[in-house]
Design a protein around this ligand. Structure first.
Ligand code: STX
Length: 319
């Protein structure tokens, strides 16, 4: 690709507020054109937070861009709170924010865990969704968790993997998500923090095709790492709070959203969420468009991936 589309310039929100629900204060903001086409950005992790760069995937003159920080992370409070924090709580939060903002339908944009949550939301509220832009597909099935947290990705990033193993005693390494959970659920705050940073750095190390120390550093920030690691681990231990692990990909579920214009954007060399999952989704949903970024990893900020994401919102911005 010779010319890449890049992120739109940074902009400030024109509104910011909190949704109060079940003891959580859930941050949300609007950016761009108040009269524009509504879109919501669903961040990854779970526990990653939205941040200020994700607005930039949308043309601010065309879109009314909504970003929210899922329960317990980013600018939402209490930070790291796992109570009343499930996939279906988040799905209800999204629908409530939509109602508060008097939006009828919106484009739903999500990568990684954001793609999981986008599917869960669209299948629960298909009439709320005008289009889907999904990246780095993750469906939280056992084989996907095993690949990244037990055996698989370890072969490609053995150096980073060694550091991920460090907080866990040798005899407990047969179930790493479980072993991390024991630490996160315990009382040793120092150990918890060290483990959270190790957990978070592992994911950062594998997220980009080439080595990006600045990304690894930002994931090491203790405040970020604690919410990110605790929330991810909580969702994984609970198998995403899904009825069964094929809930999001089953034909019955896809039938509910088959008619929604959808683009699936996937890095060929995504090590966090390998392309097999995107392929299986597309196999069950041929009406969706699958776009493979041929020389990219997982991150939305990989050059090609950013190009395809911006190109997708530009195209859907015409309708
Ligand atoms: N978690 C993948 C995921 O959703 C298994 C994810 N990875 N990194 C992120 O999200 C952030 C960039 C949002 C931190």
């Amino acid at each position: 690709m010779s010319e890449h589309l890049t992120l739109y310039p940074n902009i400030e929100p024109f509104s910011q507020d909190y949704l109060n629900a079940d003891g959580h204060e859930i941050y949300y903001e609007e950016c761009g054109n108040p009269d524009g086409k509504p879109a919501i950005f669903l961040h990854g992790g779970p526990g990653g937070g939205g941040g200020t760069n994700v607005r930039r995937f949308f043309n601010p003159e065309i879109y009314r861009i909504v970003v929210f920080d899922q329960r317990g992370c980013g600018r939402s409070k209490p930070h790291g709170c796992l109570e009343n924090n499930t996939t279906w709580d988040l799905v209800e939060d999204i629908e409530k924010i939509k109602q508060i903002l008097k939006i009828e339908k919106w484009l739903v944009f999500g990568g990684s865990w954001g793609s999981t949550l986008s599917l869960a939301y669209a299948q629960r509220y298909p009439n709320s969704v005008s289009e889907l832009v999904l990246r780095g597909i993750f469906m939280l099935r056992k084989k996907e968790l095993d690949w990244f947290y037990q055996y698989g990705a370890s072969k490609i990033f053995p150096d980073a993997w060694e550091k991920f193993l460090e907080p866990i005693d040798k005899e407990n390494r047969g179930d790493l998500i479980g072993a991390y959970h024991k630490i996160f659920d315990g009382d040793d705050e120092q150990k918890k923090l060290e483990a959270a940073v190790a957990w978070s750095k592992w994911e950062a190390s594998a997220s980009t095709l080439s080595y990006k120390p600045e990304i690894i550093n930002s994931f090491s920030n203790p405040k970020f790492a604690l919410a990110f690691a605790l929330i991810e681990n909580h969702y994984f231990i609970n198998e995403g709070f899904l009825e069964n692990e094929n809930q999001l990909i089953s034909t019955d579920s896809i039938n509910k959203i088959r008619h929604i214009p959808t683009k699936i954007i996937q890095g060929r060399y995504d090590i966090v969420c390998p392309m097999e999952t995107a392929w299986e989704l597309y196999r069950n949903w041929p009406e969706a468009e699958l776009i493979i970024a041929p020389s990219s990893g997982h991150s939305a900020f990989e050059k090609e991936i950013t190009h395809f994401l911006v190109s997708a919102t530009d195209e859907y911005g015409k309708y």
